[in-house]
Design a protein around this ligand. Structure first.
Ligand code: AMP
Length: 217
């Protein structure tokens, strides 16, 4: 049966990095709700402005709107088989909505938690920089943005510091995570659907464990 691979973990845990590696190396499409919302900033509609404000404050976009977006995106051709969700679900309501979607789509949900200590998380977020051209993720402390694989990237011109990676937003995002998203760890554990990975290591070590666990389900 096809799987919905849910990558869980606090903001800064490295879900995006791992989702990108899985997509590149195993060809499983990754859907990141955060990326979809960030792309909305290019459209100047009242909805896009509201979403930007919510993100900058470190709050969550309403469940029903988020679900609509996930349903539409995962209904496309590339998600006919297994796919990865990065940053979804983030509330108990979203987890329920995802159960319904999974049964409609005839897929099974498997959750993987990337577990990272608090001090590491803060550095990962405030130090994070992303290449605007290819999306590669760097970190000022752990992986300085020196150069991308592709010559057209030119990091001097195209390096993004996410608007919500400043100290105040980071603090609020961690609070939102503790209150709203952490309870989902128990939710998936009770269902016997949660696997844990030590995320306090370099991305390749985390990836090796994650890939093994995914191959085993
Ligand atoms: P991320 O890139 O996953 O850290 O997401 C960045 C921001 O997008 C979050 O802080 C939220 O404001 C919003 N967002 C992303 N995913 C969700 C979700 N599943 N539910 C609600 N808001 C979300």
């Amino acid at each position: 049966m096809s799987k919905i691979i849910v990558l869980m973990g606090a903001p800064g845990a490295g879900k995006g990095t791992q989702a990108r590696l899985l997509q590149e190396r195993k060809g499983i499409p990754q859907i990141s709700t955060g990326d979809i919302f960030r792309e909305m900033k290019n459209s100047d509609t009242p909805l896009a402005r509201e979403v930007q404000k919510i993100m900058a404050d470190g709050r969550l976009v309403p469940d029903d709107l988020t679900f609509k977006i996930v349903k539409e995106r995962t209904g496309r051709e590339d998600c006919k088989g297994s796919y990865i969700l990065d940053g979804y679900p983030r509330t108990e309501v979203q987890a329920q909505q995802l159960e319904e979607l999974a049964s409609e789509q005839g897929k099974e949900i498997e959750a993987f938690l990337i577990d990272v200590d608090r001090e590491v998380l803060e550095k990962r977020m405030t130090g994070r920089r992303t290449c605007a051209v290819c999306g590669e993720i760097f970190n000022l402390y752990f992986k300085p943005p020196v150069k991308c694989e592709r010559p057209e990237c030119d990091l001097e011109k195209n390096l993004i510091h996410r608007a919500d990676d400043n100290e105040e937003s980071v603090r609020q995002r961690l609070i939102t995570y503790e209150e709203k998203t952490k309870p989902l760890i128990d939710y998936y554990e009770r269902k016997g659907k949660l696997r844990r990975i030590d995320g306090n290591r370099d991305p390749e070590a985390i990836y090796a464990d994650l890939e093994k666990l995914i191959d085993a389900v």
